[in-house]
Each structure stands twice: as structure tokens, then as C-alpha cells.
Design a protein around this ligand. Structure first.
Ligand code: ASP
Length: 354
């Protein structure tokens, strides 16, 4: 039996989903004076989608006050989302988070670590055009996300018990997703991980790609995040004194180093020396490729061999979003940098291929 056939027999709509409205383009309207888009409250959104009344699932709403542009998202608001979900975890079958697209992949990644052993769907979605506009992509994204959040197998287990992004017909693992377009409806993809479901006329689930949690164990919420992380992108011509300045900040606990190709860095003695000194001081350096697809393989070229030798951790095929939020999460939990390094080498929420 293929995935698509199993699919039709195993999905039952259920009863209750919590819709958490954080803001984003989906609920925005034009400021009459500046002409710029700004977040509006949920009643505005609701008035644009009478179709919500036809959805079989019972939908309750929790609204951020004020709703935000997702450029203002922060670890404090991720903790707020974790609290909202964990306090109502037993009451709902699934959760939909309406979120701006700009930082949606960061939030999805952060929540995938903060909601340990998640057994229910948490689906993030939004839109490229506000829901009040005629050509909006928001209605389909929202209605389909509610459906994903409420689907269960006949035995009662959620069909997608993980943090996902649903956008433009694709259900993606949240911590594998990246915003790929600022103006196309097809705004997200997961370049290093297959889709969990393709939603056309039918839902074509790819069950073998969907994470299976331990349904016998409780979900464990975590809210402590330590954001003393820096993303450092290599480029030809970077300057010794500028890099030194950043690497020597005393609060710095970790660096996501965006290297070239399969994990390569220049071999200039000054950069090797700076990275080695930082690593020896206990700063965790995670090597992530600047390419959107493929993975880091330290030691493949001579230009990455030395990095391996100085204790730089391979981020393999992790996204920048997942690497940054995983570090914040681990730093919030542990003080010992060796322990964090070890955890970074493992996949803890399906964020990288090990
Ligand atoms: N600036 C908006 C936001 O991220 C863009 C969007 O929603 O697509 O909140």
C-alpha cells in the first residue's frame, strides 16, 4: 500500500484546534497615512474569512496583543508561545500559529527544540498577501493548516505530531525550512529534507518522513533560551581586526559560521588563529554551509581539515535557523560547553541528517 492510499483511510477530522495569532502580513492592513502594511487585530482577519465558519473543527483563538511584524520576534516571545501551548496542551488536538513569514523558520525551529517530545501538531503558517486582498494566499494556507492540526489516525494519534510550516501546498518540517522567496507565494522550502505532505486536490502524506514521538511519554516544555550566539558569514576580503573584535566579546558563547561550499574556510593564519583561540576559550563554533542545499563535510578539502582539528562542530545539513535556535536552547539548558558540543553533533528534533 503506498502512502497516498493509506492516507485516505486513516484521516479523521477531530474537534478542537487553538489558533494563535501573532501577527504578520496575513492580518495586516494599509496604514492610511504612511501606506505601509501594519498588523491589525484578529477581528479584522476574521471579517475577511467568513469561510472559517464552515470549518468542521472547533477553532478557539488566542491573540498576541499587540500583534507583531515577525521581524520583532524574540526568544521571550518563543517562551510565551511555549507557555500558551503547554498550558492548553491537553485541551486541544492541535495548534496553528499565524506568523509573519520573515522569521517563521526561526520560530518553527525554536519551538521544535523547546517542545520536547511533542505529540500533537503545531503548524505555522501565514501569507504573502494580506487576507483582505482579493488574490490573497492566506485563506488556503490557514484553512489547510487547521485541517493538518486536526487530523488523527483511527487510533487517536496525530497524523503530524511535530512542528511544521504549511505554505503554498507544502507541509514541511519546521526546523528544516527556510524562507526562499520574498515575493512568490511559494515562500518556503526544506532543501535538505523531503516534504511531509503535498497538498493538492488530495493530501499526499509521505508518512516515512514524519517524526514519530514517544506517545507514552509527556511533552516537556522548555522556556530558557540563552541568545549569546552570533552568525558569522565568511566572505573574501573580511578583515582581521573586525573579526577579532567580534570573536573577543566576553558574552559570546557560540558562533554559527557560514562557510563556503562543503564547509570550507580560508587558510589565512590570522583567521585560523582567531578561530582556534575562540574554540580553546570554550566558544562553540558550528560550521554551516552558505549553500541552501547539501551538507558540510569537514576534511573533504584541505581548507576544512584544520577546522575539524580545532574542535569546530560540523552542522552537517542543518539550516542556519535551526543551528542558531538549537544553540540558544542548549545554552539555556547547559553551562558546560563540551556537553553542548556533543548535543550539537546529534539530531535532537530531526533537524539534521546524522
Ligand atoms: N514582514 C512580515 C512579517 O514577517 C512579512 C510577512 O508576514 O510575510 O511579519
Amino acid at each position: 500500500m503506498n502512502d497516498e492510499t493509506k492516507n485516505a483511510q486513516r484521516i479523521n477530522p477531530t474537534d478542537q484546534v487553538l489558533l494563535i495569532y501573532t501577527g504578520g502580513t496575513i492580518g495586516m492592513g494599509q496604514n492610511p497615512i504612511t501606506g505601509a502594511l501594519e498588523p491589525l487585530d484578529f477581528n479584522h482577519l476574521l471579517s475577511c474569512i467568513p469561510e472559517l465558519g464552515q470549518v468542521k473543527t472547533k477553532v478557539d483563538v488566542y491573540q498576541f496583543t499587540p500583534p507583531i511584524d515577525s521581524s520583532d520576534m524574540s526568544p521571550r516571545l518563543w517562551a510565551q508561545l511555549v507557555n500558551i501551548i503547554s498550558e492548553r496542551y491537553e485541551q486541544y488536538d492541535g495548534f496553528v500559529i499565524l506568523h509573519g513569514t520573515d522569521t517563521m523558520a526561526y520560530t518553527a525551529s525554536a519551538l521544535s527544540f523547546m517542545l520536547e517530545n511533542l505529540t500533537k501538531p503545531v503548524i505555522l503558517t501565514g501569507s504573502q498577501l494580506p487576507i483582505g486582498q482579493l488574490r490573497t494566499d492566506g485563506k488556503e494556507n490557514l484553512v489547510t493548516s487547521i485541517e493538518f492540526a486536526s487530523l488523527r489516525h483511527p487510533d487517536g494519534r496525530a497524523v503530524v505530531p511535530e512542528v511544521c510550516i504549511y505554505f503554498s501546498g507544502k507541509l514541511l518540517r519546521g526546523n528544516r525550512s527556510t524562507k526562499q522567496s520574498s515575493d512568490g507565494f511559494n515562500a518556503f522550502d526544506s532543501f535538505n529534507y523531503p516534504h511531509l505532505c503535498d497538498a493538492g486536490i488530495n493530501f499526499n502524506f509521505h508518512y516515512h518522513n514524519i517524526h514519530t514521538p514517544d506517545f507514552g511519554r509527556a511533552m516537556v516544555p522548555h522556556t530558557a533560551m540563552d541568545p549569546n550566539v552570533m552568525v558569522f558569514s565568511l566572505f573574501p576580503g573580511m578583515q582581521d581586526n573586525i573579526v577579532r573584535h567580534v570573536l573577543e566579546v566576553p558574552q559570546l558563547r557560540s558562533i554559527v559560521m557560514r562557510s563556503y561550499g562543503s564547509g570550507n574556510a580560508p587558510q589565512f593564519p590570522w583567521i585560523i588563529k582567531l578561530l582556534r583561540e575562540a574554540s580553546e576559550r570554550g566558544v562553540i563554533i558550528v560550521n554551516i554551509s552558505q549553500c541552501v542545499s547539501g551538507y558540510v563535510e569537514m576534511g573533504r578539502y584541505d581548507t576544512s581539515y584544520q577546522l575539524k582539528d580545532m574542535g569546530i562542530v560540523s552542522g552537517r545539513d542543518c539550516t542556519v535557523e535551526a543551528a542558531v535556535t538549537k544553540l540558544m536552547y542548549l545554552q539555556g539548558r547547559y553551562t558546560d560547553s563540551r556537553r553542548i558540543r556533543t548535543c550539537m553533533e546529534d539530531s535532537i528534533a530531526g533537524e539534521m541528517t546524522v
